[in-house]
Design a protein around this ligand. Structure first.
Ligand code: APR
Length: 280
């Protein structure tokens, strides 16, 4: 199972072995990611597309070319379904990720960067484009060790991050703040609370515990406020966090400030005190 991380940035700048292109069936360049990759990688990529894919590439399939001037060694092109044109078969979108990982294995690639296939010009609904990527990567056996899901825009990145944290929780270091979050509480306030809990756990997976509880309280509450986009400490209302909303159900994206102040934060502080007593 590869490590999976959400990255906010330009896919052409990723320092990985292979960059995945959101191509079209013609395989002769285009806009969006396709345009950016051909612009940054130079004419060698188009020449290779013409030589290796004289009749283009089918939707859901993937194929490699040189990466030209890009930092990566390979570009793995894949063609997503065009939702805007009525292509709604999700299996084709899932196939893009599965086939790209198969091609990566053929190339002995260790690290790969994906954009959100079909989520731009092809207008696949964003939350389902993210879910299709994450579900398919999670269930595809591959020798690739590191997968990046790269988003150009910050709001998209935060939505990808929330789903990645939920599906691929990183291991926490011994003695880290993140380790205080390993065991999840039996009851949450609202349905956004577990997202915030796991986001904090991931953020502090490698951060050593501070020396005193006040420093810990400050560190956790300011991180929670940065993720929630609003103060959380010492208030008792619900805060809506858009990227926590998987797009269904009431209160799906809300966190409960009162639950955090009465249960979440005190539980973490208690665990911190307990860990200090046990280490003496
Ligand atoms: N780096 C990372 N992500 C990017 C970049 C970039 N440089 N440019 C765009 N994106 C994001 C978009 O915001 C979107 O979320 O990548 C995702 C895929 O968008 P598109 O590139 O439009 O790809 P897609 O929706 O699959 O449409 C493919 O568009 O560019 C043409 O030739 C391409 O016809 C094909 C179609």
């Amino acid at each position: 199972m590869p490590s999976v991380t959400a990255v906010h940035g330009d896919i052409t700048a990723q320092q990985v072995d292979a960059i995945v292109n959101a191509a079209n069936r013609r395989m002769r360049g285009g806009g969006g990611v396709d345009g950016a990759i051909h612009r940054a990688g130079g004419p060698a990529i188009l020449a290779d597309c013409i030589a290796r894919f004289p009749s283009g590439l089918a939707t859901g399939d993937a194929g490699w070319t040189t990466a030209g001037d890009l930092p990566a060694a390979w570009v793995i092109h894949t063609v997503g379904p065009n939702h805007a044109a009525g292509e709604r078969d999700r299996a084709l979108l899932e196939s893009c990720y599965r086939r790209a990982l198969e091609v990566a294995d053929e190339l002995d690639v260790a690290s790969i960067a994906f954009p959100l296939i079909s989520a731009g010009v092809y207008a696949w609904p964003l939350d389902d484009a993210i879910a299709a990527a994450i579900e398919t990567i999670a269930r595809t056996s591959t020798r690739v060790e590191h997968v990046r899901l790269v988003s150009f825009s910050e709001p998209t990145h935060r939505r990808v991050q929330a789903q990645v944290i939920r599906s691929f929780p990183p291991p926490t270091e011994p003695g880290s703040i993140g380790r205080l979050f390993d065991e999840e509480p039996p009851v949450w306030g609202l349905r956004g609370d577990p997202y915030l809990w796991r986001a904090l756990r991931a953020q502090f997976a490698g951060t050593p515990l501070p020396s005193d509880r006040r420093e810990l309280q400050r560190t956790i509450t300011s991180a929670a406020e940065a993720i929630a986009g609003a103060p959380v400490a010492d208030r008792d209302d619900a805060i809506y966090v858009a990227e926590f909303n998987p797009g269904h159900g009431m209160s799906a994206g809300h966190i409960s400030a009162s639950w955090w102040n009465s249960t979440g934060f005190p539980l973490l502080i208690d665990r911190f005190e307990g860990s200090r007593e046990s280490t003496g």
